[in-house]
Design a protein around this ligand. Sequence first.
Ligand code: FES
Ligand code: FE2
Length: 335
Amino acid sequence: MYIENKWYLACLQEELDVQNPLKKKMLGRELVIFKNSKGEIGVMEDRCCHRNVNLSLGYIHGEHIKCAYHGWEFDTKGICKNIPSLPVDKPIPNVCKINSYRVRTDYKSVWVFIGDEKYADSEGLPPMTEMDSLPRVYNYHYFKADLKLVAESLIDAYHINHVHRNSIGTFMGNLHAGQVDFNVKKGNDWLTGTYERMNEGSFWEKLYFGFTKTIRTHFGFWFPHTSKLDIEFPKRRMIIYEHFYAVDEETVCMCQITLWDNIFKTLPPFARWFMHRKSVTIVEEDLTFLENSFEVKARTGKTDLLVTPSDEITFEFTRIWNAQTATNATNSVSE
Ligand code: FES
Ligand SMILES: [Fe+2]
């Protein structure tokens, strides 16, 4: 069952083209996204109501998206505005329209409401305000995994020095045995926290990122789709967001967005290249374990997971996830 009645990040604004629409699949829905000549965004079902072909095969024509098969044109709300073959004295029938979705354009991104629109105004977005000002790179990954495990993976404090030992190593700092105070704050559908990682990077890493004893680390999760890891070096900052959702019954999509402040500032193209390369490597390392866990579950049928006293973040995350998925399922059933 999908987690509906939420705003989902459909794409970043830099994914949108002036000529070609964008095709996405989210929570079992085939979507087409386009930006018209006035900068208005439309998100609708990727299906022309004339002959059942994908509208994403078409192209953007002024304020409309134009189906490539017979040239019917639709506005951003999915209303048909032109049928080239229709006699001039005949009106366009009202039935010539396509299901469209509610859209928001916060954080230089396109958000789409998936579910019953009566919940759209009461549902908010995660606080991702750095997206408005900091440089960013993004990458998408599609894979088979447990959505809950994907959601938890970025804020799992103890995996970094193990899973990412060959890519990150100790440059984000290290955690040692013993109780760390994660300063967790929580609400019904979110949690945030802050803790210190021991600054055990190489001499050259410290020279560039700073020589303090610890590196402050912030994290957050907003049900059901967004996690954040924010590394506050003494002089610089790196933020990773992950936005994830079910594509269909089998596949998870993870969009990873990396932002930075004051890193390779005089060399923006190099900074983008470096951040993109690092980000992709980091996700691929995570995927090894997320996919593996899914396979092990499928093979063994075992689903029980242990939480130890060191897993405070996981404990709070699990509490929120279980409560919210139960509420979400109830809402969806009662509609
Ligand atoms: S199938 Fe789209 S216009 Fe005919
Ligand atoms: Fe990771």
